[in-house]
Design a protein around this ligand. Structure first.
Ligand code: HEM
Length: 485
């Protein structure tokens, strides 16, 4: 290769000055024209190739240890806060502001409706609360609410507390390191199956959990029935689960045994008018939706709480102090009740801060039902708009020092739509109270009973997971605070 001396380089530039200048000014003019001709209300971004658009970039981010939000993060760097892209054949706009979230969530069903990508919709089923049209949504949501009534939740708290206490005790006695995510996935799954169908048999629980995991893994996959693919495995697992639920419903109808669970409360409505009951496929799709919606989300949030508290000893100590005082005011060995949870004011702030920082649901998808505007941006009918809760929760204008885990920030009231880990409006999370209670019980037993060390500090995210989770799952070792826990 020819290496130019400094003088030669000057000469070259001098002689070709006019050409270089023309090239540079051409580039700048092109850029300026592009900027000027793009209307200020046009959303920047690349739609990529026809149909597939940037789908493979999203899937490749989901398959990396940076997680699928890296797809969004990169485009923000390239295009700014607002950007559009094309995914699975549809134009998607990522909405980064609390004002935008308000516009969408306060116009639910009128201007916007939920629209899942095909792989997610196929996983949960057509009659799932997440997929049905507005008319069915109202009825199904009302009828699904029974396990979340105060009465049901108060029984749930005691049962869940017993489950958590026993598992922690066993793990501490054993003395070995264990993976928090494995524990939280298992306790949350067992509790949900008990609540919904009174299933306690360990081998049946394992069988159902294996299939639910395959369905969950297929939620962000390319929706083609190619044997061996994640999508194919998910659809097959879903078919097995539906057959199992069908058999359970038939056997309940043929038996006189009485159960106190969600399924029983649905079957007791068999003779009710059509708008006062769910049909069998609605029951089955929604049992699966509740398990999928309730297990991985809450389990991931509990895992993140352990990680954040480990990194913030001051918050951990304050939480422990509060939980020990609640424990100290109860008879020895008594289980928690709803009133105890209401006293956990610092605990509630730890839960809130964990949910703000972990963003278990990174963004919430909707489709525009008509041409409309969000802030100054034109949105076309049929475009998908994703409320980017993650960006909102990390916005330094809404949260001072947003990367710092600081539960006390919730001493102050948040601006509307700036704190939305459970969404808002008619589609707000159905399990919102259950999720909060579950996390409080978990944190109570952990901090009032034990100290822990995190045995792997790797921050890589789990690949292919629709929810952000650490690949390590956070392995920890427990030490009991007292000998007689
Ligand atoms: C920390 C745990 C949880 C988080 C962060 C969470 C988050 C969310 C969010 C953000 C939404 C609304 C999504 C949207 O607007 O598009 C949602 C909806 C939903 N969640 Fe949760 N969730 C959690 C736990 C649960 C639990 C425990 C259950 C059930 C047992 C559950 C069941 C549902 C259902 C059925 C919906 C759909 C509601 C509807 O469309 O009307 N979630 N969740």
């Amino acid at each position: 290769m020819m290496i130019l001396q400094r003088e030669e380089l000057y000469l070259l530039i001098n002689n070709n000055y006019a050409i270089i200048l023309a090239l540079l000014s051409g580039l700048l003019t092109g850029f300026a024209i592009k900027k000027l001709t793009r209307p200020s209300d046009a959303i920047p971004g690349s739609l990529g190739f026809p149909l597939v658009g940037e789908t493979f970039s999203l899937l490749s981010a989901a398959n990396s240890s940076k997680g699928c939000y890296d797809f969004v993060r990169l485009r923000r760097l390239w295009y700014g806060k607002w950007f559009k892209t094309r995914l699975f054949g549809k134009v998607h706009v990522f909405v980064p502001s609390a004002v935008g979230a308000k516009t969408i969530l306060s116009n639910e069903f009128r201007l916007f409706d939920k629209c899942l990508v095909k792989s997610m919709a196929d996983a949960v089923g057509k009659k799932s609360l997440l997929c049905v049209p507005v008319e069915s949504h109202k009825r199904i949501r009302r009828l699904l609410s029974s396990p979340f009534s105060t009465d049901s939740l108060s029984k749930f708290v005691q049962k869940f507390d017993k489950l958590v206490s026993e598992r922690f005790k066993k793990l501490a006695e054993n003395g070995n390191s264990f993976v928090v995510l494995d524990l939280t996935m298992k306790i949350q799954f067992d509790a949900m199956c008990d609540l919904l169908m009174s299933i306690m048999d360990e081998s049946l629980l394992n069988e159902i959990e294996k299939d639910c995991t395959a369905v969950s893994d297929s939620m962000l996959s390319f929706p083609a029935m190619i044997p061996g693919s994640r999508y194919y495995k998910g659809i097959k697992a879903r078919e097995r689960l539906m057959r199992l639920f069908e058999e359970m419903i038939a056997s309940r109808r043929n038996s006189k045994e009485v159960h106190e669970d969600f399924l029983q409360s649905m079957l007791e409505r068999d003779s009710f008018a059509a708008d006062e009951k769910l049909d069998d496929s609605e029951i089955m799709d929604n049992m699966l939706t509740l398990i999928l919606g309730g297990q991985s989300t809450t389990a991931a949030a509990m895992m993140w709480s352990v990680k954040f508290l480990d990194e913030n000893k001051q918050a951990q100590n304050m939480l422990r102090e509060e939980q020990l005082s609640i424990l100290g005011n109860k008879p020895k060995g008594a289980f928690l009740c709803l009133e105890d949870l209401n006293k956990m004011s610092y605990g509630s702030k730890v839960v809130k801060e964990t949910l703000r920082m972990s963003n278990v649901l990174l963004w919430f998808p909707r489709v525009a039902l008509d041409d409309c505007k969000i802030q100054e941006f034109e949105i076309k009918k049929g475009w998908h708009v994703n409320i980017d809760a993650t960006h909102i929760h990390y916005d330094p204008e809404l949260y001072k020092d947003p990367l710092h885990f600081n539960p006390s920030r919730f001493d102050e009231i948040q601006k509307p739509y700036s704190y939305i880990p459970f969404g808002s409006g008619p589609r707000v999370c159905l399990g919102i109270n259950m999720a909060k209670l579950t996390m409080l019980v978990f944190l109570h037993r952990l901090t009032s009973g034990y100290n822990w060390t995190v045995d792997d500090q790797d921050l890589s995210l789990e690949k292919k997971s629709p929810f952000p989770r650490l690949k390590s799952g956070v392995p920890i070792t427990l030490t009991a605070l007292k000998d007689d826990i």
